[in-house]
Design a protein around this ligand. Structure first.
Ligand SMILES: Cc1cc2nc3c(=O)[nH]c(=O)nc-3n(C[C@H](O)[C@H](O)[C@H](O)COP(=O)(O)O)c2cc1C
Length: 538
């Protein structure tokens, strides 16, 4: 069957792109070809652009991080200003950095290698009639690509809201990372979903995954059906931005007629060329195709219901945290975090405890193993956070390292966090993350495990993408929680898959490590200067 063959292709891709301890890396060029470095900014030359306002922190709809996590927030109206705030906090440039003659932009959403394969599109009726727009972070503007038929937009529009579509240009990542790049693209999509969901919360809005639309239709709706060649942009997901703040997936059954009419307008603008020359990575084309979404919306359990809310008074501005989020390039090896901050961080990763932070509409399949280095009041060692209690028997049976799971001292009763090994895990954390010091020198590091082949077999090959989105989303929450506790985080895509599996005694592809992280005290490089995000706009 086609479906089984596609699952087999995806599993082969994953196996083939594992990094193997101590120095076997997935295929890449092996050096950086600076002459062909892709432009991180897509522009549609010739498309009219609507510049969005910069909504400074403090001048928009504000909420504290703890309110974003736990409280009900009164919805703001959907208009040019609130849309500007959403993009400003989620996907805009947050600062420019300069060292010597190199200058580069950072954004609110992180990206492996700062290469930013993720592009965002907006379907809305807030700027002179319904339209399809491309979000251009370089200018913090919306390029109007197509006018939408009013009736067709009414049929598509989620109840007074709008639709954000995400797409990936894998070439941007493959330029540096070769065959493993598709994984990073999918992590980045997860980070972007998380960034949008967090940015929506101070506005009282929510982000909901739209189910039941296949990739071909997403591509048409986003104006990408003609995107071809090495620089092609492939559709990932449609998200409903719900101004009522409702949660859960949005199942749609759009007719061909509605989609056809919505896409009937002429597309404006021509996509800029990103590189002067390219290296083809057939393996990436293959996994993109094999893991495509066919819109069948295969059955999956919903996230567990709310256990208990935990609104806990004053905390920093969520918008401030979203705009100042940065990856630590180096960790100081001394900063510890309090047990309370650690448990609070873990809490935010559990959908049943903090549902407002969790837009993905399926029961969690990603479970972090934590390398505890410096958490006050906890012994160093390994712990596991079971993000869905229903997954516990499965995890226990597949992780052979520990016979005994013990509740961590002081952990809140409702936090499913268990110690699985004791001892200093710094050396092993460094070794398993491609020998990166940041994994040893933080307060804790994380290896995210996902229930893997059984999910793909039961639900289809597009879940390969979804599992990576989930890992990326968990990572986005780690970034924000780190900022909230005055430390920093860094995503770690470079890890030795086999080494992590071996350490934990994982013997089959029932369970796979998909992403790593570190959280701790960052060391800032004084040679790097920081400049404002949009000074050039005047
Ligand atoms: C999927 C992913 C994988 C990453 N892998 C690594 C890594 O292995 N090592 C590292 O130092 N940084 C890693 N990073 C951090 C990026 O380099 C960083 O996000 C990027 O340079 C942009 O900087 P910013 O996060 O401060 O905006 C990763 C980030 C993401 C999103």
């Amino acid at each position: 069957m086609d479906r089984d063959a596609r699952i087999a292709r995806v599993l082969r891709y994953h196996e083939r792109t594992m990094h193997r301890y101590p120095g076997g890396y997935a295929r890449s060029l092996g050096h950086l070809d600076w002459a062909t470095q892709p432009d991180p900014f897509r522009a549609y030359e010739g498309a009219p652009i609507v510049l969005l306002d910069e909504i400074a922190v403090g001048a928009g709809h504000e909420a504290t991080w703890s309110a974003v996590r736990d409280a009900t927030i009164t919805p703001a109206p959907v208009d040019a200003r609130t849309i500007a705030q959403l993009f400003y906090d989620a996907l805009a440039i947050s600062a420019w950095k300069q060292a010597g003659r190199s200058r580069w932009a950072l954004r609110c959403n992180p990206s492996s290698g700062n290469l930013h394969p993720t592009e965002a599109y907006l379907l809305c009726d807030a700027f002179d009639g319904p339209g399809l727009f491309h979000y251009a972070p370089r200018m913090h503007g919306l390029e109007r690509r197509r006018d939408l038929d009013v009736e067709a937009w009414r049929a598509l529009a989620p109840d007074g809201g709008m639709i954000v579509g995400l797409a990936s240009i894998a070439w941007r990542e493959a330029w540096k990372y070769g065959e493993r790049a598709f994984r990073y693209c999918m992590h980045d999509v997860g980070h972007a979903i998380g960034a949008l969901a967090i940015a929506a919360r101070p506005l009282g809005w929510s982000v909901r995954v739209i189910e039941g639309v296949d990739d071909a239709r997403i591509a048409r709706l986003l104006g990408l059906e003609e995107s071809r060649g090495v620089e092609s942009e492939r559709p990932d997901v449609l998200l409903a931005i719900d101004p009522q703040g409702s949660r859960g997936a949005l199942d749609v059954a759009w007719s061909d007629d509605v989609v056809g009419t919505a896409c009937a307008g002429v597309l404006r603008g021509v996509a800029n060329r990103l590189s002067s020359n390219h290296q083809r990575w057939d393996v990436i084309d293959d996994v993109e195709d094999a893991s495509r979404e066919d819109g069948a919306g295969e059955a999956h359990p919903a996230p567990p219901a709310l256990v208990r809310s935990n609104h806990d008074g004053p905390s920093p501005s969520a918008r401030l945290l979203a705009r100042r989020r940065r990856s630590a390039v180096e960790m100081d090896g001394v900063t510890s975090i309090s047990r309370d901050a650690f448990f609070r961080t873990m809490r935010s990763l559990v959908p049943a405890l903090t549902p407002a932070l969790h837009p993905l509409p399926w029961a969690p399949e990603v479970h972090p193993v934590v390398f505890v280095h410096r958490v006050e009041g906890l012994e160093p060692g390994l712990a596991i956070l079971v993000r869905d209690p229903a997954a516990e028997p499965f995890l226990r049976s597949r992780i052979a390292l520990a016979d005994e799971w013990v509740r961590l001292p002081g952990a809140p009763d409702d936090l499913p966090l268990y110690g699985i090994a004791q001892g200093d895990a710094r050396t092993i954390a460094r070794a398993l993350t491609c020998h990166q010091d940041i994994a040893a020198d933080g307060a804790f590091a994380v290896a995210m495990l996902a229930r893997f082949a059984p999910v793909l077999r039961a639900r289809g090959p597009s879940w390969y993408r979804r599992l990576h989105w989930e890992a990326g989303h968990v990572g986005q929450l780690l970034y924000l929680e780190a900022e909230a506790h005055d430390v920093a985080a860094t995503g770690i895509g470079c890890f030795f898959d086999d080494g992590i599996h071996e350490l934990l005694g994982i013997e089959s592809d029932d369970l796979r490590a998909l992403y790593c992280f570190t959280v701790g005290g960052a060391v800032n490089d004084p040679r790097i200067q920081t400049q404002p995000a949009y000074s050039e706009r005047g």
